[in-house]
Design a protein around this ligand. Structure first.
Ligand code: ATP
Ligand code: MG
Length: 445
């Protein structure tokens, strides 16, 4: 027996008073039973969408699946309630969309079309309807398909990703028969829109166990379909004389993902991809046995861009992913000048420094090293100190206009480069920050 919040009960009462059946279903009841917070509430009802809209005229119905969204206010908090009419689904043709949707009479029929047993539990406020023993699977921490897994994955191939995503989010295992079926049907995922695959994949990265999720995608053949680059990386060795590496590239990438402190899925994605360029740049010296990956960060950044396009990431996320992969080889030594540190800050961008360092932490631990070193600690301290100096290019006593006028050049990257050089010289005390001095120096360039 679980107690529903009052605002949920009174919402359901509106339906039952009119003679309709209504149940809490899907993720909301699953997460309630797990004592986890679920952000939205899913309901199944015998009322048609029109009848639901009569009860709640402010509701919005925006899809052909008969779902009505209703915003309910509980004090200051707003909740979105998703109310779906009992339905059954006809034949599926393209592994994604049912040919037609029909309203069903009973909750049992409705539960039969749901994906996994833990998602096929209904609760009317007093008793459970649980024909597939979802509560037992919740206790066993198992994801199991409702009915015949082969049939269910063939109907809708997105369920392949949903299974792995749910297992990552909940920390559950996937039942053996369901897992075998995922493996057998993995190529069907290609029928699904990349936006949908991306959403599930990003949720795997966002979960408590992103590395396990990726390994799971690999073991059931889905990684090969959606990220073949990573799948191949497991075949690239990097153990060689005088090298610290203990893992192959793929294992290293997954271990780095496991150990990065970042919770941001884009940073986690970049951590997973950071050495992706090593596959194409792998070289082994036949005599010494030495393995090298020259310029792998440049090649890798390009590949990260292609992967971002494939996954239809936003421009902002793509830019960040590419930048973190491109810059991940930054050097850290006690001999670095302030100038080198400022260059690092400029190249990475102030807003991305912490993420870059988080990727490095993952990279280190994922190579069997310690999370940090005295050198890295010193570097972090210096990053802070260099940034504390209030001085920036905009404090220079001349600006881009002066540079263009003095050197008779047009706007372009060269102007910024010259300003940067002047700035460095001023910071290092080689030049005075005075207009005349700087102009004179410009003339001598
Ligand atoms: P979350 O909201 O955390 O993603 P959820 O289980 O509530 O988890 P939703 O996408 O909100 O997921 O879907 C609500 C319910 O609808 C699911 O619990 C499941 O019963 C059903 N469902 C969703 N997608 C599918 C699908 N592709 N095939 C079958 N049933 C599905
Ligand atoms: Mg939900």
């Amino acid at each position: 027996m679980i107690t529903l919040p009052t605002y949920v009960k009174s919402f359901m009462d509106k339906f039952t008073k009119k003679g309709f059946q209504i149940y809490v279903v899907g993720g909301s009841i699953r997460d309630l039973l797990l004592s986890k917070v679920h952000k939205d509430w899913d309901f199944a009802t015998s009322a048609t969408p029109e009848e639901t809209l009569e009860l709640f005229p402010k509701g919005f119905s925006n899809n052909k699946f008969g779902t009505v969204g209703i915003t309910i206010e509980d004090g200051k908090t707003k909740h979105v309630f998703e109310v779906t009419t009992f339905r059954t689904e006809g034949e599926y043709k393209d592994h994604r969309h049912p040919e037609k949707i029909e309203w069903a009479k009973t909750i049992e029929e409705d539960l039969a079309r749901r994906d996994f047993t833990v998602n096929a539990i209904a609760y009317d406020g007093k008793k459970f309807t649980d024909p597939y023993n979802g509560q037992e699977d919740l206790k066993k921490k198992l994801i199991r398909a409702v009915g015949d897994p082969d049939k269910r994955f063939k109907e809708d191939a997105l369920r392949l990703m949903r299974a792995v995503r749910l297992s990552s989010e909940l920390g559950f295992l996937i039942d053996e028969k369901t897992r075998d079926s995922i493996r057998a049907n993995a190529p069907l995922i290609k029928e699904i829109a990349w936006e949908r695959i991306r959403d599930e994949f990003m949720r795997i990265l966002n979960s408590e166990n992103p590395a396990e999720g990726v390994l799971f995608l690999r073991s059931c053949g889905l990684l090969e379909q959606i990220l073949p680059e990573i799948d191949k990386a497991f075949e690239i060795p990097q153990k060689s004389p005088k090298r610290h590496h203990i893992y192959d590239v793929g294992t290293h990438l997954v271990m780095a993902l496991k150990h990065t402190p970042s919770k941001d899925p884009v940073v986690r994605f970049a951590t997973l991809l950071h050495d992706i360029g090593k596959i194409k740049t792998f070289k082994k010296d036949p005599e010494t046995g030495l393995i090298t990956f020259y310029n792998h960060e440049v090649v890798g950044a390009k590949q990260a861009g292609q992967i971002a396009d494939r996954f239809k990431l936003s421009k902002k996320d793509k830019d960040k992913l590419v930048l973190l992969v491109r810059q991940h080889q930054f050097t850290v030594t006690e001999l670095q000048t302030d100038k080198a540190i400022r260059r690092f800050i400029r190249e990475v961008g102030k807003e991305n420094i912490q993420d870059m360092l988080d990727l490095r932490t993952g990279d280190r631990v994922g190579s069997g090293s310690t999370p940090t070193s005295w050198r890295l600690d010193l570097f972090k301290k210096r990053l802070v100190e260099v940034q504390k100096k209030p001085f920036s290019i905009s404090d220079l006593k001349i600006d881009g206009k002066d540079v263009m006028k003095e050197l008779k050049i047009k706007p372009g990257p060269k102007v910024g480069k010259i300003l940067n050089e002047l700035f460095e010289e001023v910071v290092e005390g080689k030049l005075k920050n005075e207009k005349l001095v700087l102009l004179k120096h410009l003339k001598s360039l």
